[in-house]
Structure formats: structure tokens, C-alpha cells
Design a protein around this ligand. Structure first.
Ligand SMILES: NC(=O)C1=CN([C@@H]2O[C@H](COP(=O)(O)OP(=O)(O)OC[C@H]3O[C@@H](n4cnc5c(N)ncnc54)[C@H](OP(=O)(O)O)[C@@H]3O)[C@@H](O)[C@H]2O)C=CC1
Ligand SMILES: Nc1c(N[C@@H]2O[C@H](COP(=O)(O)O)[C@@H](O)[C@H]2O)[nH]c(=O)[nH]c1=O
Ligand SMILES: [Zn+2]
Length: 362
């Protein structure tokens, strides 16, 4: 059967469902599933918080007997492996689904085409690639970790009208307003980890938690790149390490405040460089890393080609004298990034840039 406008409509609904749990499903991607019978949605599922159960069994449960002869729309190829839950492909077959429409094949080597094959072998009609681009964007963290062995890196910077990130010696400078800050907290909640440089940790004493009603439990792992273990045990990060984990990446043999930090419950990891840090995070199942600054860490990651997406918040204030220049502004974007989204948040403008695949700009 060829792809129809109806297929796209139901896949869009499945993608919308998947977006509700992004960043909150552990190492598992947030997948959406919609079961459709006679043009009506009879079951919906999204990968549960923490990663299990997967989307499909939940949607099938809701559909009950109506699943027989129905079409399942799934944003990711149904799994074929016996992991922490039985294969979703088996559940689909057992429920009597007659057609499965998939947006993206699963690069997980335990699945990787096997799920589609199991369905086809059971005489289920399989259509692949519907709204692939949109679905890839919705699970870009998971896909980056699976294919590159590192998390997707999202750089967030708030830039003043004169291109500054802050002011020397002034600590946190309010560059954007309340609506933009709420959006930053949403982005934190949708990320698996947040990273800052020791410069920012010392200058701003940030907490880096999610402080939005209903999302307090969604604070991700907080990471500080701090070669000499200079983070004070009295910092907000260290003081809250008991409730929201903190990892400090130090150079081999660094002493600094190490003992006091460890006492505060901060995890200290000796790593030689940012690439090693990223692969360590990926091995722990971290798929998306939000980088909240500062200037030097942002420049370093950009120059290494390790930034996948940029969230640039452009405020109206002018910092002036003593300003810390941003490595990027809306008028000075590094090559290889394209504007993907733009919207106003109160008086601030959010611009989101995606890195283009290398083939598109070399
Ligand atoms: N407007 C905004 O969006 C934001 C603004 N800020 C502002 O930025 C300022 C801090 O920026 P900045 O001083 O540049 O500090 P950073 O937060 O970028 O930290 C830089 C320090 O981190 C250490 N480091 C460890 N690994 C790396 C690496 N791979 N790349 C670069 N540095 C690394 C370096 O220490 P060493 O070389 O000594 O080992 C370096 O001096 C503050 O004033 C803060 O208010 C911060 C965040 C966001
Ligand atoms: N979240 C999700 C899938 N995720 C798949 O399952 C793998 C994790 O398996 P496990 O550790 O056993 O939960 C993950 O790497 C990916 O291949 N699959 C699906 O059929 N539906 C889902 O909703
Ligand atoms: Zn599954």
C-alpha cells in the first residue's frame, strides 16, 4: 500500500505523543504508537517514564480486541530483542495487527531490521519511512548516541543586543526575561544531562535543576568540566548533589576540592578531554547533553565540531563595558548551521539552529 495523507496524519499524532516523554525515558528513546481501526484511533502509547514499558504494548492494551486487523503507527521500528521487556514485534503479531507503519528503522544492533523482518515474516504489511525527517528530529538524541557513540550536544546561549553573554565579575546577568527562562527549564527537563564549564560554575553559582511546577522530578544529571577540581563544596551544585546527581570531570590526579566534593556526594571522574567525557556519558545511556556555557566551553565544543543544535536566546538588553563576548550571535553563525525554528518568548527571540549533515555544506 502506498503512503497516504492519512498515514502522515496518524504518524504525526504518534510523533506528538513521543515528544511528551523526550529526555525522561532513560537510555531508551521516547517512542510514540497509535493504533487505528476503520479510520479511528483505538489505542495510544508512549514509552513510559524511565523507559519501560515500551510504547506498543501500552497502545495495544488500550486497543484490546480492536487491534485485530488494525494498523499500528510507530515512530521507531518495533523491537525484536528480549531485553528488559519481551519483543514489541511479538506483541504486535499476537494482537493480530495487519499493517505496521514505521517512521525510522532502529539502529540498535539488537534490533536493526530484525523487528521489521519479524513483522513481514508474519505476513504483516510493513511501510517504512513515513515522516522520517520529523521523527528523526524527535528522537535525534537517541539516534546520535546509537550512531556516533556520543550524546547529541545542544548548546544554549543567551546573548544581549550587543552580542555579550554576561559581564566580567558580575555573576549572573539577566539577559532574557521570564518566558525565556521557563523555556530553558523545559529544555533542561527534555535533556539527559546538562554541562557547564568551571568558569560558569564559579561566576554564577548555578543550580541547573528544573524548577517548573510538575517537572521537579525531571532534573537531569549535572556535569561540570573542572580540570583542577575547583568547584567549591559550598556551591549550590555540590550542596544539592544528594538530591540531583552531579558529576565533575577532572584531569588525572587533580586534587583541589576533591575530598570535600566526594563527601558532599559529587561523583568525580578523571577524564583527559571532552571527547572522552562525551563517550563516557554515552556509555551511561545519556543521549542528549545540554550545554549551558560559558563562553570558553561553547567555543571549544564548536571548534571541535561537537555541537549538533544551538538554542540562541536573543535579549534586548545592552551589556556594554566589561562584557563577555559570545562566540556566536544571530549575525555570526558558524558555517554548517541552518535556522530551523524561530519564535518570540515575551520580548526575547529564540532561534534554533540545526547542524546540517556534512554532505550539505562541504
Ligand atoms: N548568557 C549565557 O547564556 C551564559 C553566560 N555565562 C557567563 O559566562 C561566563 C563564564 O564563561 P567562561 O569564563 O568562558 O567560563 P566557562 O564556563 O566556559 O569555563 C571555562 C573554563 O572551564 C575549563 N574547561 C574545562 N574543560 C574545558 C574545555 N573542554 N573547554 C573549555 N574550557 C574548559 C577551563 O579551565 P582551565 O583552562 O583553567 O582548566 C576554562 O577556563 C560567566 O560570566 C557567566 O555568567 C555562562 C553560561 C551561559
Ligand atoms: N522505546 C522503545 C523501543 N526502544 C528499543 O528498545 C531498546 C531498549 O530495550 P530495553 O532496555 O529492553 O527496554 C532501545 O535501545 C531501542 O532499540 N523499542 C520499541 O519497540 N518501543 C519503544 O517504545
Ligand atoms: Zn519494544
Amino acid at each position: 500500500m502506498s503512503i497516504t495523507a492519512r498515514d502522515e496524519r496518524f504518524m504525526r499524532e504518534a510523533i506528538g505523543l513521543s515528544l511528551t516523554h523526550v529526555g525522561r525515558t532513560g537510555s531508551n528513546p521516547s517512542v510514540g504508537c497509535v493504533i487505528v481501526k476503520d479510520g479511528q484511533v483505538v489505542g495510544r502509547g508512549v514509552t513510559a517514564l524511565g523507559g519501560r514499558p515500551h510504547a506498543e504494548p501500552q497502545a495495544l492494551d488500550e486497543a484490546g480486541v480492536k487491534a485485530r486487523g488494525a494498523t499500528a503507527y510507530v515512530t521507531l521500528e518495533p523491537c525484536s530483542h528480549h531485553g528488559k521487556t519481551p519483543p514489541c514485534a511479538n506483541a504486535i503479531i499476537a494482537a493480530g495487527i495487519s499493517r505496521v507503519v514505521v517512521a525510522v528503522a532502529d539502529p540498535d544492533p539488537r534490533v536493526s531490521g530484525q523487528g521489521l523482518k519479524m513483522l513481514a515474516d508474519a505476513d504483516i504489511e510493513v511501510t517504512i519511512g513515513v515522516l522520517q525527517k520529523e521523527a528523526r528530529r524527535a528522537m535525534s538524541g537517541y539516534l546520535t548516541r546509537q550512531t556516533k557513540g556520543r550524546p547529541q550536544v545542544i548548546l544554549k546561549l543567551a546573548v544581549s543586543a550587543d552580542g555579550m553573554l554576561g559581564r566580567e565579575g558580575a555573576g549572573q546577568v539577566a539577559i532574557t526575561g521570564a518566558q525565556a527562562r521557563t523555556e530553558v527549564h523545559r529544555l533542561r527537563a527534555a535533556s539527559d544531562a546538562i554541562l557547564v564549564g568551571i568558569g560558569t560554575a564559579l561566576a554564577d553559582d548555578p543550580e541547573l535543576t528544573v524548577r517548573l511546577p510538575g517537572l521537579e522530578e525531571a532534573s537531569p544529571l549535572r556535569v561540570v568540566v573542572d580540570r583542577r577540581a575547583e568547584l567549591p563544596a559550598s556551591s549550590k551544585l555540590a550542596r544539592t548533589a544528594g538530591s540531583v546527581p552531579v558529576l565533575v570531570a577532572v584531569s588525572t590526579g587533580a586534587e583541589g576540592n576533591r575530598a570535600a566534593l566526594a563527601d558532599a556526594g559529587v561523583e568525580i571522574v578523571e577524564l583527559e578531554g571532552v571527547e572522552e567525557l562525551l563517550s563516557t556519558l554515552a556509555q551511561r545511556g545519556i543521549s542528549s547533553l545540554m550545554v549551558e556555557g560559558g563562553a570558553r566551553v561553547a567555543s571549544d565544543l564548536l571548534s571541535r565540531g561537537l555541537v549538533d543544535r544551538i538554542h540562541l536566546y536573543c535579549g534586548e538588553i545592552v551589556v556594554g563595558e566589561g562584557g563577555i563576548a559570545s562566540p556566536i550571535t544571530a549575525s555570526q553563525m558558524p558555517a554548517g548551521f541552518a535556522l530551523a525554528e524561530e519564535r518570540m518568548l515575551g520580548r526575547d527571540r529564540l532561534r534554533i539552529y540545526d547542524r546540517l549533515p556534512a554532505s550539505a555544506w562541504v
